[in-house]
Design a protein around this ligand. Structure first.
Ligand SMILES: [Zn+2]
Length: 216
């Protein structure tokens, strides 16, 4: 079973991918986490990714993402189901996604689009803070009280990512609308898309998703 979860910033797609992975024994394909793992490895690809994400702090080009997907799929048995979290982000990525999956004898069974309104995305994300070291996410006013608090897990410095400010979120929402919505629409045309109301609480969203997962 190969599942894709897409959604705007703050839609809770990562949380839902985690729930699905646990419930059905799927591999949670978390691109950010995977990139950070490979960046720690010695070797050409590891060094290149380290340079991009840790030194230049840029987004990885599609070519690298492609290599990562390939790398991950090649050391996984075909029966092992996967839940892809937040990728593909644009039509180019969607194209090589289908190609690579096909190459490994897989197909996309379901795509969940966890949809939330823009204001909700802004409301949820602007309170988000992240540990500079272990990348754990905290909610201001809930997990932590002030900007100078340290990470509850590793004691690292907590930051408000530029991406998570109101301006940053608006920009991300616009990119989602322009680049990722065409991907959502193409999966809708293929008949594999299920749209989920992401404005509900975590359990309700998880239930709506589970109702549409067919185990064969
Ligand atoms: Zn930390």
């Amino acid at each position: 079973m190969n599942i894709i979860i897409l959604g705007q910033a703050g839609s809770g797609k990562g949380t839902q991918a985690g729930i699905l992975a646990k419930k059905y024994g799927l591999e949670h394909f978390d691109t950010g986490k995977l990139l950070r793992q490979v960046a720690r490895l010695d070797g050409e690809l590891g060094r290149e990714i380290h340079e991009i994400i840790n030194v230049r702090k840029e987004l990885v080009p599609s070519r690298i993402l492609k290599e990562i997907v390939h790398l991950r799929l090649s050391d996984m048995p075909r029966e092992q189901g996967i839940v892809f979290d937040g990728v593909p982000r644009n039509l180019e990525q969607a194209g090589y996604f289908s190609e690579t999956l096909k190459e490994f004898g897989r197909k996309i069974d379901k795509v969940f689009f966890v949809n939330i309104p823009g204001e909700e995305s802004i409301r949820r994300i602007s309170f988000r803070r992240v540990c500079r070291d272990c990348k754990k996410v905290f909610i201001m006013g809930k997990d932590i009280r002030k900007e100078t608090d340290r990470c509850l897990d590793c004691g690292g410095e907590i930051m408000h990512r530029i991406d998570d400010t109101v301006e940053g979120i608006k920009k991300r929402l616009q990119v989602f609308e322009e680049e990722t919505m065409p991907v959502v629409d193409s999966y809708r045309e293929e008949g594999v898309l299920v749209e989920i109301d992401g404005g509900q609480n975590i359990e309700k969203v998880a239930n709506d998703i589970a109702k549409n997962v067919v185990i064969r």
